[in-house]
Design a protein around this ligand. Structure first.
Ligand code: FES
Ligand SMILES: [Fe+2]
Length: 438
């Protein structure tokens, strides 16, 4: 459990909050490049870290991210005209470039230099391999983007989806490092009907439902290893990374592609859960892509998205299974087929994470040894937040983008092996090298 103060500290991410300051030390995955497909195209409402923003792609193809309310009298720049390298407010015509500089103020006398004094808050954006990153922090010269393998491989080798989740970011993320839930929430009552590499992993997880956890602090965050017992001589280790401030990774099965998440706080009560699947050395196959587009595995399928609400930026990524329809639980399937009775893996996670409420009061928790990973990750967050606030210490990984070259892995090791050392090769992302998981 957490104290009330620490629970509050983790939940709040708006400007000036302690945890919000931590997020503002990092580049954050903000949008798919395809959401701003054309130069001078329609701007997009964006909400991130509790701030209402507007994103646009200017005439040069550069992405701008501005505070949404015009600095003149506060009208929304979402209605702006995106023209000739800037976004022009349609109320009185003030125009801003991607840096937030006011470049035209046509309702003031021509001799006035008022426009030179007006600046709209603007955050730098960078684009790499189909993803738009934003830096909402204090540095005028931020570090490089993190060297995450999924954002370095060619686009043919990775697939991304996102889902709009109606609960606090930390509550959502904790599902991504909680390996013990998969033996329950995602389990099947009919494992024998499943084919492929996944089946073996599922069988081990079925047989040993109470893995032992070990954690190791790293330069970028925490390594969480779950140990299960497949036979007399060996241990089966599933090793997961948590990377500051809010990335998680999942071990693949065998030669399968690998997956991970980024949990972007839209605000204290809403999260954009990104899911990324990639293969280090080969393009994803058509059947793999088809599966993901249909929502099998961790992704939200293209047909699983509901109706957007224009008052809720990002809600175009809200799935059709929601609180209001009990996430489409099917009690008959729960009897015979699927442990949870909930459709799709992504919805199983989302349903349970949201079911705790928007911000769960963690003073009510009862954490056991199965929650070791979560406990350690919370420690890292709290330590990072407090050291930044009180001593000005830059949090882990923020200035060390190269430390993000890691992969999750599953390995079978003799019982006396030290997993951190024995699995080191598996856990490193090296260009063109792929060591299959167990
Ligand atoms: S409110 Fe935007 S120009 Fe007046
Ligand atoms: Fe899950």
């Amino acid at each position: 459990m957490l104290s009330r103060e620490d629970n509050e500290l983790l939940a709040h991410v708006g400007p000036g909050t302690t945890m919000g300051d931590v997020f503002r030390q990092y580049w954050l995955p903000l949008l798919l490049a395809s959401e701003l497909p054309e130069r001078d195209g329609p701007p997009l409402r964006v909400r991130a870290l509790g701030e209402d923003l507007v994103a646009f792609r200017d005439s040069n193809g550069e992405v701008g991210l501005l505070a949404q309310n015009c600095p003149h009298r506060g009208a929304s720049l979402f209605f702006g005209r995106n023209e000739e390298c800037g976004l022009r407010c349609v109320y009185h015509g003030w125009k801003f470039d991607v840096h937030g500089d006011c470049v035209d103020m046509p309702n003031e006398p021509p001799e006035s230099n008022f426009k030179d004094k007006v600046h709209q808050p603007a955050y730098p954006c960078r684009e790499r391999n189909g993803l738009i990153w934003a830096y909402m922090g204090p540095l005028s010269d931020p570090p490089d983007l993190p060297a995450l393998e999924w954002n370095l491989v060619p686009e043919s080798q990775r697939y991304m989806s996102k889902r709009y989740e109606e609960c606090n970011w930390a509550q959502a993320l904790e599902g991504g490092i909680d390996s013990s839930h998969s033996s329950f929430l995602h389990s099947r009552l009919n494992v024998n009907e499943i084919q492929g590499e996944q089946r073996n992993g599922m069988l081990v997880k079925e047989r040993d439902k109470h893995p032992r956890f070990e954690v190791v602090d790293t330069d970028y965050g925490v390594l969480v290893a779950a140990r299960r017992t497949p036979d007399e001589a060996n241990y089966y280790w599933r090793i997961t990374q948590f990377l500051m401030p809010a990335y998680t990774m999942l071990p693949p099965y065998g030669q399968d592609p690998m997956s991970g998440h980024f949990w972007l706080p839209i605000d204290d009560q809403t999260t954009m859960a990104w899911t990324i699947t990639w293969h280090p050395t080969r393009p994803l196959t058509e059947p793999e892509l088809d599966n993901m587009r249909q929502g099998w595995g961790l992704h939200v399928g293209e047909d699983m998205l509901g109706m957007p609400d224009p008052r809720l930026p990002g809600s175009e990524w809200r799935p059709i299974a929601t609180r209001e329809n009990d996430y489409m639980i099917d009690r008959a399937r729960q009897q015979k087929e699927v442990f949870s009775g909930l459709p799709w893996i992504a919805m199983q996670d989302q349903a349970l994470q949201e079911s705790m409420g928007h911000v769960y009061d963690r003073t009510n928790e009862h954490l056991g040894v199965a929650d070791t990973g979560i406990i350690q990750v919370r420690r890292r967050w709290l330590q990072a937040a407090k050291s930044l606030r009180h001593q000005g210490v830059t949090p882990a990984g923020a200035m060390n983008p190269e430390s993000y070259r890691v992969r999750a892995a599953a390995v079978i090791l003799p019982r006396d092996a030290v997993w951190v050392e024995a699995a080191a090769e598996h856990l490193t992302a090296r260009d063109g090298v792929h060591i299959p998981s167990a």
